[in-house]
Design a binder for this molecule. Structure first.
Ligand SMILES: Nc1nc2c(ncn2[C@@H]2O[C@H](COP(=O)(O)OP(=O)(O)OP(=O)(O)O)[C@@H](O)[C@H]2O)c(=O)[nH]1
Ligand SMILES: [Mg+2]
Length: 608
């Protein structure tokens, strides 16, 4: 193998536009799977959470062999919160396949990933995907993508990118919209013809670590593209760490990637994407080199985090009943470990030993981290996300985003009102056959919880995407939750009798038999105030009751929160208690008397 028979590409797109499904087809049609091998859909989404949520969370490598050429492919996530996964692979590839849904057209994240790819000078190939969909408008989408290229100031060469049409699901991509609709050959041909082979220098071995993989036998595996030279198993090299340390390492294993697995390889050559093991410590952004005098290779600049959440030790009365990892030392260690492979997450200690601040790109990204931790046996308290403010010219500034919302015309009113409440400014309204596209500018703060509100307002018909725009001066208080809470005064098991009474006061979050404690938020109060309640009270047996009083209204099922929804729902004086099996909402201060004193002391957080 030599570098002229290698192509390195990343697949980029807005969320759900069909990247992982396309990789399935490339693998299948290049013969990466054995004949008759049962292969699940979206094989690259191999993490449990990816399969459950149906989205890609981590960028992953694979490779296919096509007519003697090795095509290394990086599948990336399309959700905005995982954007750093796209940024960090930019240095591994020479070209990108930009997928655009033929019905939805370019969306917020299409713009963002394309901008990143163009600014790295990567060659794009556009695939208008999902042509099989109802309401697909491939020609219209073709024009919109060209407009996007113009908008993003693509070079003439980038602007003349090849366009293909296809359906990942049906397994075809063609030059022509009319067919033949048989296979992906046109795409393979275009990649090999249009994407240049990796440029390699005639120099000793050098590689920038762009990903960290995990192998049960050898531990951390450094993944990257070899810039120059070659490496064999058993050879030694130097790791230049980001903190300036230089470590000598013996390479114990060398992997190449194909299909869904990695396999051992005798040698890695310049231009190829490989994995190396043998390190005690290694992080994304470190440089590997055969010589002692090599300089560190520059890593990609990535967008800064915009939100922050507090993680703390569970100090509630039920702490430690469910989880196995509950101490601040365990939580701290786990959070700092996350920052080694998740480059857009950072962690800060606070003045309290039991509490940490975690910075990230969005609530979804943090929710995935919390969900992963609870599966590992952790218990933790998490706060509502706060945005990260910045001082610019002596003024307190906050992140502002551009949001695009697709909504059926008859539901526009409710959505506009919700946007106004969240202090958004509408920048454009476009009516089309399937509804209205609303374009607005809104603070990241105002966007928190908006997606669930939109789903509620439009019975699931509204879709939105958003993109960081810039920092602007603080735009004033925003009230995102209008309802109050029902807060338990007692501890014990929730009793049917009291819940029947309580459900006339608001909507409940607990069901009979659930363990509750004082200070736990057990329901929503339609009025914006805290109502103390006792959900544990059993019915008093007495002789005085008449049979008529026994009639009860059946209990409405409690509101079930997903972790992400719970995080966005709570107020600053509340927390989400997360354990492997349970999710509870609670007041920060559990004791009602202390809480009342504290409220009096405090300046109101939101003003009307
Ligand atoms: N109709 C149709 N559906 C498709 C096509 N390609 C993918 N899908 C469906 O679209 C959904 C999302 O597909 P994925 O391949 O997971 O999309 P993705 O771009 O990898 O999503 P993220 O990685 O989360 O950004 C799945 O339900 C697919 O079955 C297509 O060509 N036509
Ligand atoms: Mg995917």
């Amino acid at each position: 193998m030599e570098s002229s028979t290698i192509r390195n590409i990343a697949i980029i797109a807005h969320v759900d536009h069909g990247k992982t499904t396309l990789v399935d087809q490339l693998l299948r049609q290049s013969g990466a799977f054995r004949e008759n091998q049962a292969v699940e859909d979206r094989v690259m989404d191999s993490m449990d959470l990816e399969r459950e949520k149906g989205i890609t969370i981590k960028a992953k490598n694979t490779a296919v062999l096509w007519n003697g050429t090795t095509v290394n492919i990086v599948d990336t996530p399309g959700h905005a919160d995982f954007g750093a996964e796209v940024e960090r692979v930019m240095k591994m590839v020479d070209g990108v396949l930009l997928l655009v849904d033929a019905a939805e057209g370019p969306q917020a994240q299409t713009r963002w990933v394309l901008r990143k790819a163009l600014s790295h000078g990567l060659k794009p190939i556009v695939v208008v995907n999902k042509v099989d969909r109802d309401h697909a408008d491939p020609e219209g989408v073709h024009d919109k993508v060209l407009e996007l290229f113009l908008d993003l100031e693509a070079t003439e060469e980038q602007f003349n990118a090849p366009f293909l049409y296809g359906s990942s699901k049906e397994g075809w991509t063609d030059y022509d919209l009319n067919g033949p609709r048989e296979n992906m050959d046109a795409l393979f041909e275009t990649v090999i013809k249009y994407i240049p082979p990796p440029v390699v220098e005639d120099a000793p071995f050098r590689m920038l670590v762009s990903n960290i993989d995990w192998n049960d036998f050898v531990g951390r595996v450094a993944v990257g593209r070899i810039l120059s030279g070659s490496i064999k198993q058993g050879e030694s090299l130097y790791a230049l760490r980001k903190d300036g340390k230089r470590q000598r390492v013996k390479i114990t294993r060398l992997f190449t990637y194909s299909g869904v697995k990695s396999s051992d390889s005798a040698e890695g050559i310049a231009g190829d994407i490989i994995g190396l093991a043998g390190f005690e410590e290694i992080d994304i952004g470190d440089t590997l080199s055969a010589t002692t005098d090599a300089e560190s290779l520059p890593f990609v600049e990535i967008d800064p985090p915009t939100i922050q959440m507090e993680f703390s030790v569970n100090d509630g009365p039920l702490a430690g009943r469910d989880g196995k990892k509950v101490t601040s030392r365990q939580i701290r260690e786990r959070l700092f470990r996350e920052t080694q492979s998740n480059i857009s997450v950072s962690v800060e200690d606070t003045d309290k030993a039991t509490s940490f601040k975690v910075n990230a790109r969005g609530a979804m990204q943090i929710a995935i981290l919390v969900e992963t931790m609870r599966r590992e046996g952790f218990e933790v308290l998490v706060s509502r996300p706060n945005v990260l403010y910045k001082e610019i010219d002596g003024q307190r500034c906050e992140p502002i985003e551009k949001v695009w919302i697709e909504v059926p015309t008859d539901q526009l009113g409710g959505v506009m009102e919700a946007l106004a409440n969240r202090k958004a400014t509408i920048s454009n309204l476009e009516h089309h056959h399937s509804g209205v596209t609303v374009e607005a500018e809104i603070s990241t703060r105002g966007l928190i919880g908006f997606e669930s509100e939109l789903v509620n307002l439009t019975s699931g018909n509204g879709v939105m995407s958003h993109l960081f725009l810039e920092y602007r001066p603080y735009c004033g208080d925003i009230t995102t939750r209008l309802s109050g809470t029902l807060v338990s005064m007692g501890q014990g098991k929730a009793a049917t009798y009291s819940l029947e009474v309580l459900q006339t006061r608001g909507r409940l979050f607990v069901k009979p038999g659930d363990e509750v404690y004082a200070g736990q938020v057990v329901g929503e109060n339609p009025r914006n105030q805290t109502l103390p309640v006792n959900p544990t009270k059993e019915k008093q047996l007495d002789n005085m009751r008449s049979s008529g009083n026994d009639k009860t209204i059946p209990l409405t099922p409690p509101i079930h929160f997903s972790l992400e929804r719970a995080i966005e729902y709570i107020e600053p004086d509340e927390l989400v208690e997360v354990t492997p099996k349970f999710l509870r909402l609670r007041k920060r201060i559990l004791d009602a008397n202390v809480r009342r004193k504290d409220e009096k002391k405090r300046v109101p957080v939101t003003s009307k």
